[in-house]
Design a protein around this ligand. Structure first.
Ligand SMILES: [Zn+2]
Length: 186
């Protein structure tokens, strides 16, 4: 438990840093966009949302993915988690949407920061683009911090502790896919 942020679910320094950064990115996104709700916010950044009926595969469970300007939400996984944790589908869906938007904006922020520094831009060309990016657990923590901060500002009263549990449990169940790391999913 964090005295400042009681919802912060992480123990490692990197993940805690990621979460706080996610919260910060959310605050500036909300301020910058003037968005009145989550849909608005997603629209403001020009992202497309698609609902998919994919059922998952061999223990690989995805609630949502972000890829190339498109957020995909997986209806069956969302419904199953909502049922399992006893929260409305719409709350899980919104948490997933916010998480995926978080991935997009957190990545944008990192890219912008590195652009701001010629030295790191040069370095990234030499060392490969991968070096610019945080490890996956830190990115997941950032997306979750972002999501929770966005949900906190909505009209709806979200079951935040439960949604945090869903979002963080998912990060763990997908660890087998980390080595591939093809996209920002999860
Ligand atoms: Zn994720």
């Amino acid at each position: 438990m964090d005295p400042v942020d009681p919802l912060l679910p992480y123990d490692t320094a990197g993940e805690r840093r990621g979460w706080r950064k996610g919260v910060k990115v959310a605050k500036s996104a909300i301020a910058e966009s003037n968005a009145t709700d989550l849909e608005d916010l997603v629209e403001h950044y020009g992202l497309e949302v698609r609902v998919d009926d994919w059922q998952g595969l061999d223990g690989l469970v995805l609630l949502g993915t972000y890829n190339g300007g498109r957020i995909t939400v997986y209806r069956h996984s969302i419904e199953a988690h909502a049922k399992q944790y006893g929260v409305p589908d719409t709350q899980v869906r919104d948490a997933v949407l916010a998480h995926e938007l978080g991935h997009f904006l957190y990545h944008e922020e990192l890219t912008e920061n590195s652009r701001a520094s010629v030295r790191s831009e040069l370095l990234s060309r030499i060392v490969s683009t991968k070096s610019r990016r945080d490890p996956k657990p830190v990115r997941e923590a950032a997306a979750n911090g972002f999501a929770v901060e966005v949900l906190r500002t909505q009209q709806t009263t979200y079951e935040l502790p439960v949604l945090v549990e869903i979002l963080t449990s998912l990060g763990k169940t997908k660890s087998t896919t980390d080595s591939n790391d093809k996209s920002e999913f999860g």
